[in-house]
Design a protein around this ligand. Structure first.
Ligand SMILES: Nc1ncnc2c1ncn2[C@@H]1O[C@H](COP(=O)(O)OP(=O)(O)OP(=O)(O)O)[C@@H](O)[C@H]1O
Ligand SMILES: [Mg+2]
Length: 239
């Protein structure tokens, strides 16, 4: 994939906590409008990877480029401004704030007119959030909470969306309804990097996949290639 055709590119990213290295020379690419899943077991390093991209954890070395522009080492705020939206693992909502409050928080970097426009777009994408706009996030169902977390990130009008394990704690049927927004984002040219433990769910939602094992990319390919590759299940996810 040429640099111009790449939405997000990671090159040899090394990151960790204190003296502990978690990510070992991770390289991956995400094309415009592409949905790519990072598959990996518990503790493989998916969340660490997403936090490094989002500017919440500074990589020790390597490069992260958004449409060719180097963003590694920037603050989370600057990464958001550059065009990366982050839906964190565990959603991280404020239970006492309403749905509308969360959308306003997500859109705080925009001018008020733009914020109102984006909010309408979110209510179009997630009609249930419009119905429940005055409801406190803590009283929503798990699926609705995940929609709020996604909508809050989309309120930054990102070019790339990082979606960290949206399926956690949700019934498969609800996960499928959350994943239904992916083709809509794709149609708007938003690229999505998804983290997922479940092979079936991850591959059903993505165009391509990378398998992360102990902080290293050990396999990659199209979703259909990996769905038929026994090594994925046997070696890396079958622990
Ligand atoms: N703040 C931290 N300080 C020290 N170690 C951490 C910290 N956060 C995560 N780790 C370690 O980094 C490794 C990777 O964790 P990470 O959360 O990135 O995995 P993951 O692939 O997202 O797992 P899961 O699917 O369970 O969410 C684990 O060994 C974890 O214990
Ligand atoms: Mg995680």
């Amino acid at each position: 994939m040429s640099e111009a055709a790449t939405a997000l590119a990671l090159e040899d990213v090394v990151a960790g906590y204190g003296p502990v290295t978690i990510l070992h020379e991770v390289s991956l690419v995400l094309g415009p409008g592409e949905v790519v899943v990072v598959l990996g077991a518990n503790g493989a390093g998916k969340t660490t990877l997403f936090r490094a991209i989002a500017g919440l954890l500074a990589p020790r070395s390597g490069h992260i480029r958004l449409y060719g522009e180097a963003i590694e080492g920037r603050t989370a705020h600057a990464v958001t401004r550059a065009g990366i939206g982050h839906v964190p693992s565990g959603r991280e909502l404020f239970p006492r704030l309403t749905v509308a409050d969360h959308l306003d928080l997500g859109g705080r970097l925009c001018l008020p007119a733009r914020r109102a426009e984006l909010k309408e777009r979110m209510f179009g994408l997630f009609p249930v959030l419009h119905e429940r706009r005055q409801q406190r996030a803590g009283t929503l169902s798990g699926g609705e909470q995940q929609m709020v977390a996604i909508a809050r990130a989309l309120m930054t009008d990102p070019r790339v969306l990082l979606l960290d394990e949206p399926s956690t704690g949700l019934a498969p049927k609800i996960v499928i309804s959350v994943f239904e927004i992916l083709p809509l984002l794709k149609a708007q040219g938003v690229s999505v990097l998804l983290a997922e433990q479940s092979l079936t769910l991850g591959l059903s939602a993505a165009d391509r996949a990378y398998v992360l094992d102990h902080g290293r990319i050990v396999l990659s390919g199209s979703a259909s290639e990996l769905a038929n590759d026994r090594r994925v299940v046997d070696t890396y996810l079958g622990r």
